[in-house]
Design a protein. Structure first.
Length: 284
């Protein structure tokens, strides 16, 4: 599932591509993705509306459109789910098999493609109401972070995935941050000291920032091999340069030597998710 850096990269790409575009028509091929919004409600809200802004909240995309008659701002919440892709194509480009929502623009089509249909494109914004602060929110201090951790007996790796604690932190970056902070993923959240909490919050911010700057773990690749606006997707491509994935220190490296101590990286399962860590470097 795409995490905060992947979504942020997508937002930064789509924002200028969509700027100023007007929605001429709305096609819905998978109504499940709209729930609880109906197809008619989405069409009534967006047809004739002009794209104004795009932002990210946690792992969600927030599309702002300005209604033509009332000039009211209408927000659509997008989530990529497990396999979602969002992109803009030329009018004459064939629609992909799993296109779930198509917004016909004055120039081109915006397409939300979702193979497994776990994504969302809806007027319902309740999913973002209970999210915790963004990891880079300077008002969220190490002291506040430590206080929140003291309320939980969950393993710290599991607690980091709690979106009410920090919005957008996912499995990959939780493992990476814990390794950099030299904290065991199995340590109970309420056992972390203030020093450890301060170091962990710093490493969470660092790994997310570096992933965004490096292009995220899964780069945006254009299917036609050309630069500029076009079809792109989340996924590996043999000719795509500078994979951030290759710079990950523990994630998906089970059985390989630790880059610090050469001890073998281990994999365990926590809350049905894979956790990767070094048993030597992350003892406490």
């Amino acid at each position: 599932m795409p995490e905060l850096p992947e979504v942020e990269i997508l937002v930064r790409h789509l924002r200028p591509v969509l700027r100023g575009k007007t929605v001429r028509a709305v096609q819905v091929r998978r109504v499940k993705i709209l729930r609880p919004t109906s197809e008619r409600e989405l069409q009534r809200a967006l047809i004739g509306a002009k794209f104004k802004a795009l932002s990210r909240r946690g792992k969600y995309l927030l599309f702002d459109f300005q209604s033509a008659p009332s000039r009211k701002i209408i927000t659509v919440l997008g989530h990529l789910g497990m396999t979602g892709k969002m992109f803009v194509t030329k009018k004459d480009t064939p629609l992909p098999k799993h296109a779930a929502v198509i917004l016909e623009l004055n120039r081109g089509n915006f397409i939300f493609e979702d193979t497994r249909y776990f994504g969302r494109f809806t007027l319902d914004l309740t999913s973002v109401e209970n999210l915790g602060p963004e990891p880079d929110d300077k008002k969220f201090t190490p002291e506040i972070f430590a206080r929140e951790l003291k309320r939980s007996r969950q393993p710290i790796k599991v607690k980091l995935l709690d979106q009410s604690l920090l919005a957008g932190v996912g499995n990959i970056y939780a493992s990476e941050a814990l390794f950099r902070a030299e904290i065991s993923p199995k340590l109970a959240a309420n056992k972390l000291s203030l020093v450890q909490a301060r170091k962990l919050l710093s490493t969470v911010r660092a790994v997310l920032r570096e992933a965004i700057e490096g292009g995220s773990t899964i780069p945006l690749n254009f299917s036609d091999g050309k630069k500029g606006d076009g079809l792109f997707y989340f996924g590996r491509a043999g000719d795509a340069p500078d994979f951030y994935e290759e710079r990950l220190r523990v994630y998906d490296r089970a059985g390989k030597p630790c880059i610090r101590c050469r001890k073998e990286i281990r994999r365990i399962v926590q809350a049905a998710r894979s956790t990767f860590f070094c048993p030597q470097c992350q003892k406490s």
